[in-house]
Structures are given as structure tokens and as C-alpha cells.
Design a protein around this ligand. Structure first.
Ligand SMILES: Cc1cc2nc3c(=O)[nH]c(=O)nc-3n(C[C@H](O)[C@H](O)[C@H](O)COP(=O)(O)OP(=O)(O)OC[C@H]3O[C@@H](n4cnc5c(N)ncnc54)[C@H](O)[C@@H]3O)c2cc1C
Length: 567
């Protein structure tokens, strides 16, 4: 049996930051990851990471408190204000730490970390490394993990937790290379498994971002919080939905409809293209729905960067230029890029406190899979990489403290039981001659979520979506796996993942149907306004075999009273 004091599931930004923290505390730490850490989806992050450094002439009087206010306003007042303040206060410390560890941030003329404007922010606050910020931070954190001798189990998939209802004792995982299923004993486990974009059809997320582990935590009795809040990024490339970073608008890019109008003038006259993402996505969708879009790929508008000039594009946005050339054959120096909104981020996730602890002793979470909650109903661009490094550090510190100076209380019998149960389930799947097929069910789920729990929502369609997802959960019991081999059986892995994805999808649909208001990214055509009297509260979805049981908890308000959002 493998054994460590702390096992972090996931080698993205949040996972590596948590692991580096526990390793620096002298705690025996391992990362278990589907992918080699530097291939994690954090590496796709382009635009940047927020911190009120006040480095640019235009942001001399910026401060963490102003960053907190922008975050809370951006969240449509659903973020817990104490958590938002923790994140923005820790932000400069974490950024300078990354700088000292070697992240090659872009610079001002006088050598400071440069900052660009991002949506919903009062000042240029987003620190960046050209448009490859996530990649550089990921590699730097990986170097730190190597330096601090974090053990990495590459190409292992966590399948389940081993808990006895009182405490978590580790996890059970599948070695993709051999097909072996093994128990991993750990006094503390940190989920850092990233986003869940693949629950949707049109998404900017990688294949790895399934949200499967949301289902693992959920089934282990940990509630999922605020799952109905799904972020749609305004500018994803038509067809593939690969991201054109918000940094492109931060550098001055325009959004244009088929009449040649910069239509954001109508929707956010002050902030224009730099309004928060929920507002820009809705505005684009209205333009498309009302016939002012271009027809390509089911409807799109144009992201026009030509006026920025060749030099600026090559210096600040080389990555997105390459993407547009590779995937559309369009050079944004010469032509506008057709873009449409696509699923991008999940504001909800595994319910944690401000230190990343869940209600299950020994289980922690950080990064996109967690809901602390700092993003509330809508996340500001640049705040997710920040959440990963701030909350990754805090979850690591809390997990380290949880295990330090104590005798291990791991019950091996619980682990062996969990391993046997999980093994039996996987064997049954491999032997099954079930008639249902992975592709059919997964496609039905993703299309349903895109069509019916999208940017604009209304009761009838959402109830249909909920019924479809519930039906798919029943059909999933009769699924068969075509490939019967043990080694690198991706048919098997994707089938296992679908079970967790359907659980997570069900919690999204259930939460969305129940929330009778419009707030942030949850925009209902049948309840058009925000309702603070009845809905200023977090949704908690609890797993039951028959579907999510919902309850609610208050939002933490400290200094800022809710007000109408205007940009
Ligand atoms: C294209 C794109 C651009 C973005 N740009 C920005 C930006 O500029 N600024 C910003 O703030 N945010 C940005 N975001 C959001 C941000 O990048 C992500 O929210 C963040 O990187 C998530 O990091 P993470 O560590 O939580 O997860 P990830 O980096 O996705 O890592 C998840 C890890 O979990 C592992 N894993 C998953 N499931 C399992 C399992 N079952 N068993 C074992 N391991 C598992 C994976 O192997 C991986 O190592 C962007 C997102 C996308 C998609």
C-alpha cells in the first residue's frame, strides 16, 4: 500500500502550490495526477493573474481592499466577503513569491511587474507573462515541487475516497499505465482536480477537465456549493471554442457585430469590452439572437485586434495569434477573429471553508474544483490563477497542520474495503455487456447542458435538462465498455468519469431550476432581477442516489452592502 502524510490529487496550479506548501513544512507529500503536472490545464491560462501591486501609472492608488470590492461586485454579491478579502490581501505576497521563484512576468520600462486591464476591475491589475501566464507559473511551481522533493504519481486516476463517515483515510486510484487499482493511505487528501467544462459541449476546457472528482467528493458526503453558477467566456474561437484571452480586450481589442458596431456601447457604456464576463457574454448572445451576429458556427461576433498593430500583437498576444492562425487560418494582425461565448469556468465546487477544509475531516480542496467562495455568481478574469495560488497555499498549510505532530490515525481496513469495492465496480464495468454507449450518453449530457442550462435560462428548458440528466444517470447503470484491456484503457477511464460528470451535471441543473432569480452568470428569462431578500444565499447540493438534495447557507457580508451592478 502506498502511504504519505498528505496526498494532493491534481498537479495543476492549485495542486502544486498546495504540495509545495506541505513539503516546505517538512510533511511527507505526494501529488497524484492523471497528467504529468506541467500538462495540466492551468498551462492553457493566457491572460494573467490579479494582484493590487499598483505598478502602473494608472493604478497608483489601487489596493487589496479595492480589489476585494471589485471581486465582490463582480460576484453579484454572492462571494463571501471575508474570503474575497483574504484572497486579495494575500495576492501581492503570492505574486512576489512567484516572481522570486522565477516566473518571467512581463515588465514595465522601469523593471516592475507590468499590469494590464481586465474586465470588472477598477484598475489595470492583471500581472501577465505575455499571453502564456499559466504555463510559466505552472512550470515554476513544478520546479519548486521538484526542489522540495514532492513525490509525483503520474498517470494515476483517483477513483474514490476511503472514509468511514467520521474521517478520511486516503483514496483509491487507477494506474493508467498498468490498469492496477491501489489504495493510497493519507492522513490528509487535497482535491485540486480543476474544472468541469467537459460537462458542456461548447467549452474552452481540455479533455481532462471532466469534473469527475466533484462526484468523488460529493459521493463521499461533501456537499457541492453554488453549482448553478457556470461562467461562459465571451470570446472563444468559433467551432473549437479555444480561448481568445480577455487580455486581448485588455490590450484594447474591440467586439463588433455584423453592422460594424462596437455593440458593447449599448450594454456597458463605461466599461465597454471590459465589463465582467457574464455581461459581455449575454451582450454577444443578444446580438446573435437578434440577427446582428455572423452565422458561422451557430452564431458569432468579431473580435477585432487590427488597430493594435503588428508590434503590440506580437509582443503581448503572440499565443492567441498562433491559435487563430492554427485553428481558423486567420491572422489577427490582418483580419478580425470570429468568436462566440463558450463554457469556461465553474464558480461552484467542493464546499470548503476559508482554509480549504471540507466537512469531512482529512479532506481539503483548492483551485477550480473548490468553492471557497471567492467568485460568487461570476468570476472576474485573472482571479482564478490567483485563487489557485492563494487558496492552494492555504489548503496546503491547513492540510500540513492537520497532520503535523500527530500519530497517523489511518485505518487500513477502511482503505482495503474501499479498494475492494472500487476494484469490484471497475471489474463489473469491464465485464459488462451493457447496451448503453459512452459516446451516446456523454454527448447527450453535454448537448443538453449547452442547450438548456446556458447563458440564458428559463424553467421549462431547465426542468427538461434535469429530467434528461436524471434519465442518463439511470441509463448509465447499463453502460458497456468496448475495450477490455487493462493498460491505458481510456474507454474505461472516460466511462468511469462519466458517472461523476452526470452527478455533477445533476447538481448544476437542480441548483439552477431552484434558484428563482437572476444573479451573475445565472440569468433567468422568467426571473429577470436579482432577489436579495430570498436568494442572497449559497446553494449546497448533497448527494443522494436519487439526485441532489438542496439546502442553503447565508453569504458572509462584512464591509460591503449589496448594490445594483452598473458598469
Ligand atoms: C483556456 C483557459 C484560459 C484561462 N486563462 C486564465 C487567465 O488568464 N487567468 C485566470 O485567472 N484564469 C484563467 N483560466 C482559468 C484557470 O486557468 C483555471 O481555473 C485554473 O488554472 C485551474 O487550475 P487547477 O489547479 O484548479 O486545475 P488544473 O490546472 O486543471 O489541474 C487539474 C489537475 O487535476 C488532475 N486530475 C483531474 N482529475 C483527476 C483524477 N481523477 N485523478 C488524478 N488527477 C486528476 C489533472 O491531471 C490536473 O493535474 C483559464 C482557463 C482556461 C480553460
Amino acid at each position: 500500500m502506498f502511504k504519505h502524510q498528505v496526498i494532493v490529487i491534481g498537479g495543476g496550479l492549485a495542486g502544486l502550490r498546495a504540495a509545495v506548501e506541505t513539503a516546505m513544512m517538512g510533511v511527507d507529500t505526494a501529488v497524484l495526477s492523471l497528467l504529468y503536472p506541467v500538462r495540466s490545464h492551468s498551462g492553457a491560462a493566457q491572460g494573467g493573474v490579479n494582484a493590487a501591486l499598483a505598478n502602473m501609472p494608472e493604478c497608483k492608488d489601487d489596493s487589496p481592499a479595492k480589489h476585494a470590492y471589485d471581486t465582490i461586485k463582480g460576484s453579484d454579491f454572492l462571494a463571501d466577503q471575508d474570503c474575497a478579502e483574504i484572497m486579495t490581501t494575500d495576492a501581492p505576497k503570492r505574486i512576489y513569491e512567484l516572481e522570486h521563484w522565477g516566473v518571467p512576468f512581463s515588465r514595465t520600462e522601469d523593471g516592475r511587474i507590468a499590469q494590464r486591464p481586465f474586465g470588472g476591475a477598477g484598475y489595470p491589475r492583471t500581472c501577465y507573462a505575455a499571453d502564456k501566464t499559466g504555463l510559466y507559473i505552472l512550470h515554476t511551481l513544478n520546479e519548486q515541487a521538484v526542489k522540495h522533493k514532492v513525490k509525483v504519481y503520474n498517470e494515476w486516476a483517483a477513483l474514490s475516497l476511503a472514509n468511514d463517515g467520521m474521517m478520511n483515510h486516503g483514496l483509491v486510484a487507477l494506474n493508467l499505465q498498468t490498469g492496477e487499482i491501489a489504495p493510497f493511505a493519507a492522513d490528509a487528501v487535497v482535491f485540486a482536480t480543476g474544472g468541469a467544462g467537459r460537462i458542456y459541449k461548447r467549452t474552452s476546457n481540455a479533455m481532462q477537465s471532466t469534473g469527475y472528482c466533484l462526484g468523488v467528493a460529493y459521493k463521499a458526503g461533501i456537499p457541492l456549493k453554488d453549482m448553478e453558477f457556470i461562467q461562459f467566456h465571451p470570446t472563444t474561437i468559433v467551432g473549437t471554442n479555444i480561448l481568445m484571452t480577455e487580455g486581448a480586450r485588455g490590450e484594447g481589442g474591440y467586439l463588433v457585430n455584423n453592422q460594424g458596431e462596437r455593440f458593447m456601447q449599448k450594454y456597458a457604456p463605461k466599461a465597454m469590452e471590459l465589463a465582467p464576463r457574464d455581461i459581455v457574454s449575454r451582450s454577444i448572445q443578444i446580438e446573435i439572437n437578434e440577427g446582428r451576429g455572423f452565422p458561422d458556427g451557430g452564431g458569432c461576433v468579431h473580435l477585432d485586434l487590427r488597430h493594435l498593430g503588428r508590434e503590440k500583437i506580437l509582443e503581448r498576444l503572440p499565443g492567441i495569434r498562433d491559435l487563430a492562425i492554427s485553428f481558423l487560418g486567420i491572422d489577427c494582425i490582418e483580419n478580425p477573429v470570429p468568436v462566440q461565448p463558450g463554457q469556461h469556468f465553474i464558480m461552484g465546487g467542493i464546499d470548503t471553508d476559508k482554509d480549504g477544509a471540507t466537512i469531512l475531516p482529512g479532506a481539503f480542496a483548492a483551485g477550480e474544483c473548490a468553492s471557497v467562495s471567492v467568485h460568487g455568481a461570476n468570476r472576474l478574469g485573472g482571479n482564478s490563477l490567483l485563487e489557485c495560488v492563494v487558496m492552494g497555499q492555504r489548503a496546503g498549510a491547513a492540510a500540513g497542520k492537520f497532520v503535523q505532530g500527530k500519530a497517523s490515525a489511518i485505518k487500513e481496513a477502511v482503505l482495503n474495503d474501499a479498494a475492494q469495492k472500487t476494484s469490484a465496480e471497475v471489474d463489473a464495468l469491464l465485464k459488462s455487456d451493457g447496451k448503453e454507449r459512452l459516446v451516446t450518453l456523454r454527448d447527450a449530457m453535454a448537448q443538453t447542458m449547452t442547450d438548456k442550462i446556458g447563458i440564458f435560462r428559463e424553467e421549462k428548458a431547465m426542468r427538461e435538462a434535469l429530467a434528461t440528466i436524471q434519465e442518463l444517470r439511470v441509463r448509465f447503470r447499463h453502460i458497456g465498455v468496448d475495450a477490455k484491456n487493462r493498460k491505458f484503457n481510456l474507454d474505461l477511464l472516460r466511462t468511469i468519469e462519466l458517472g461523476g460528470m452526470l452527478d455533477a451535471a445533476e447538481s448544476i441543473a437542480a441548483g439552477a431550476v431552484a434558484r428563482q432569480e437572476s444573479r451573475g452568470a445565472h440569468s433567468r428569462l422568467d426571473f429577470k432581477t436579482r432577489d436579495d431578500v430570498n436568494w442572497m444565499k449559497h446553494t449546497l447540493a448533497h448527494y443522494t442516489p436519487d439526485g441532489a438534495r438542496l439546502d442553503y447557507e447565508p453569504v458572509v457580508l462584512t464591509k460591503w452592502q449589496p448594490e445594483e451592478r452598473k458598469y
